[in-house]
Write a protein that binds this ligand. Structure first.
Ligand code: HEC
Ligand code: HEC
Length: 191
């Protein structure tokens, strides 16, 4: 009887184990990404997002969306063409476990306090959590490069980026470009 239960448990666990996320395998696979996203996901180039400490679920979903063409970028889209689902899970696990080194590009810091007011009024942290640390499929936005963040906020507003199930496009629709820049500056100061 006990033996039967063990067999049943192993049979349930095996397929799960086969697709479990493997951060060590991800480290190897991430060599192809370092030129743009930096060693350990700490990108030094403002147009290339910092991936360190990003949530694994969000990272995986973005890779999948690039692969499906639901999100597009001329530099990034070709990078996912040959990735398998397992590759994407491993890469997501790897980057989510790396530490953000605190180095990023900031916007106009004089605008950051205005940016905080706009973000507070828009209740962004209901989804992104306090300090914009993110959770599951909702990204960490704290400490991201200013230029990258502003580009994304504008892309949501102008509906060039539409893989957000309407969550972001609805929130930023009525916010001026000046206030989007102020929020991007504010987010760049968070740790
Ligand atoms: C040639 C430069 C380049 C290379 C190499 C590259 N990327 Fe990117 N990646 C980008 C750019 C640019 C963006 C931002 C696109 C945009 O502005 O929407 C991006 C975005 C991303 C995002 C979305 C991050 C977010 O916060 O939404 C993920 C995840 C990602 N890349 C993972 C990878 C992985 C994994 C690899 C290696 C397999 C890789 N990238 C290789 C340029 C690159
Ligand atoms: C209803 C929930 C919700 C609210 C409210 C919300 N967001 Fe988001 N946000 C999301 C989700 C979900 C995504 C990821 C979309 C995707 O998968 O492409 C996202 C993506 C982002 C990104 C892109 C991150 C990246 O790495 O590309 C930024 C920046 C961002 N949000 C900032 C904000 C700001 C600033 C506010 C307030 C003005 C806000 N969000 C309000 C759910 C929300």
């Amino acid at each position: 009887m006990n033996k039967l239960i063990v067999v049943a448990v192993v049979m349930v666990l095996l397929p799960f184990h086969a697709s479990a996320q493997d951060a060590d395998a991800g480290r190897e696979k991430a060599q192809a990404c370092a030129a743009c996203h930096g060693v350990d996901g700490n990108s030094t180039i403002p147009q290339y997002p910092i991936l360190a400490e990003q949530t694994a679920r969000y990272l995986y979903m973005q890779l999948r969306d690039f692969k499906r063409g639901r999100r597009e970028d001329p530099a990034m889209s070709p990078m996912v063409a040959n990735l398998t689902k397992q590759d994407m899970l491993d890469l997501a696990a790897y980057y989510s476990k790396q530490k953000f080194n605190g180095q990023n590009s900031r916007g106009d810091l004089n605008a950051a306090s205005r940016g905080k007011e706009v973000a507070d009024a828009a209740l962004c942290t209901i989804c992104h959590l306090g300090g914009f640390s993110g959770q599951n499929e909702i990204p960490r936005a704290a400490g991201q490069h200013y230029e990258y963040t502003l580009k994304q906020l504008k892309a949501f507003k102008e509906r060039q980026r539409t893989n957000d199930a309407g969550n972001m496009t609805a929130v930023v629709r009525t916010i001026s470009d000046e206030d989007l820049a102020a929020m991007a500056a504010y987010l760049s100061t968070l740790r």
